[in-house]
Design a protein around this ligand. Sequence first.
Ligand SMILES: N[C@@H](CCC(=O)N[C@@H](CS)C(=O)NCC(=O)O)C(=O)O
Length: 229
Amino acid sequence: MHLYIANQLYSSWSLRPWLLMTALDIPFEQTVIAMGFPDTRRQMLDVSPTGKMPCLHDGDVRVWESLAIIDYLADNFPDKRVWPAEKAARAHARAASAEMHAGFTALRSACPMNLGKRFRPRDMGLDVAADVTRVEGLWAEAREKFGSGGDFLYGDFCAADAMYAPVVTRLDTYQIPVMPQARVYMDAVLNHPAFVKWREAGLAEPWTLPHYDEGWMPAEIFHHPNGDA
Ligand SMILES: N[C@@H](CCC(=O)N[C@@H](CS)C(=O)NCC(=O)O)C(=O)O
């Protein structure tokens, strides 16, 4: 299988399937197509019908849209526990992941994923606050009902954790205050070896996209997920 992704520093949608495949030891090759160049659109359209990343190629099969890629992996690797094994947990994880794929637009647009910077805290308004409250409630419910077997939303790392990983990074790098139990979960994701690997690759990239630095003054360069800023 070959996974086409955009910049590892910035592409939250690319992070999701990449993180899942890496965390679950699903083998794949990857190509990064950098955003922001004159021929980016053409390069992306060559490999993905939407001209957006990620896109998974498996022989003649092409799967675009991060959530569809995750379901394709679940179909093809039933022993890998892409989704939780237990039916109620699986339904909850799928609903949470669909909610992520379709929603949280205020948080997503106010805080573009940028793994290379930490931003000074600021009031981001009621819509972002409502998204954060919903995320905290959802995570708490998943952890309480289904998460006792491990550090992640449904115990072991699964697709829902991959879907929410870019929310974790946003809450962290934008220094948005969260409840203590949410912070514990965030640290589990930020310290997962697969995420550490992704972030290191992103930090080594030569490309800078000014749009992702916009919003307000970056506080400082990001050195460690748990570092002070
Ligand atoms: N709904 C899509 C979103 C894909 C998407 O918007 N990808 C962005 C990167 S995060 C992209 O490829 N943008 C193209 C560009 O900026 O040139 C998914 O879930 O995969």
